[in-house]
Ligand binder design. Structure first.
Ligand code: HEM
Length: 208
């Protein structure tokens, strides 16, 4: 009898620990799958920054200057990816929320040099017609999390990603859904201090 009690006691303790063990296992599996899916998203975002605009890579698109400058974009939980595409071998730029012409626009300028290397600058326009120094030279920072570019047949593509929210004074936070005023421009050469060949203003709707 005594033995039976002990065995029963053990049995119930065994059951409890068995439940605890399966809960622990479930928690492990869940956290592992969370880590894997986050890694998957990061890998996906990294893969997209390849200077190529694949079909269905971006969910939104707008054409300016009769298709000579095309903008593609897609938001995800906390970040946004853009691809600028223009008929030039010079620089391409995108700016957010200017107050007057170019002033106070949070700008991103990119170009691909003769050897195929891509460059990008996180800038801010201090005046109505520029200049647009780098955020870092104004006391801000570079918030671009990934970028890539390519140049082919006189066309340039610059892809970049950034967080939607920014605490940098020289970046405007962007909504995951909703309208944003933009300015776009492209130049003839890689020197970003040389004025654009074409520029324009528009409102785009951000979304996933
Ligand atoms: C060195 C660089 C730049 C210089 C010297 C420059 C200069 C100017 C000037 C003088 C104007 C007045 C209109 C004109 O003369 O065409 C202008 C207009 C404009 N700029 Fe820039 N700009 C520069 C870069 C940029 C960049 C990077 C963007 C966009 C991100 C931009 C967007 C615009 C827009 C939207 C307008 C108004 C165009 C219009 O209403 O037709 N600019 N810029």
């Amino acid at each position: 009898m005594e033995n039976y009690k002990i065995i029963a006691g053990l049995g119930s303790a065994g059951k409890k620990s068995c439940h605890a063990e399966s809960r622990r296992r479930l928690a492990k599996v869940m956290s592992l799958s969370l880590v894997l899916s986050v890694m998957g998203l990061v890998t996906l975002a990294a893969q997209e920054m390849d200077g190529i605009i694949s079909p269905n890579e971006y969910s939104h698109k707008a054409e300016f200057d009769k298709g000579n400058y095309i903008l593609h974009w897609k938001t995800s939980a906390n970040s946004i990816a853009f691809a600028m595409e223009a008929k030039t071998t010079g620089w391409l730029a995108l700016g957010f929320e200017p107050t007057r012409v170019m002033k106070d626009a949070d700008m991103v300028l990119g170009w691909v040099d003769g050897s195929g290397k891509a460059f990008i600058v996180d800038a801010w326009s201090t005046g109505t017609f520029g200049p647009h120094p780098e955020d870092s030279s104004l006391g801000g920072r570079n918030d671009i999390t990934g970028f890539s570019g390519s140049e082919k047949n006189g066309n340039t593509i610059i892809e970049f990603s950034r967080p939607l929210a920014s605490s940098d004074k020289y970046d405007h936070s962007l909504p995951s859904f909703g309208d944003v005023k933009i300015i776009w421009a492209y130049g003839t050469g890689d020197n970003i201090n040389q004025k654009h060949r074409k520029a324009g203003t528009s409102v785009i709707k951000l979304g996933p």
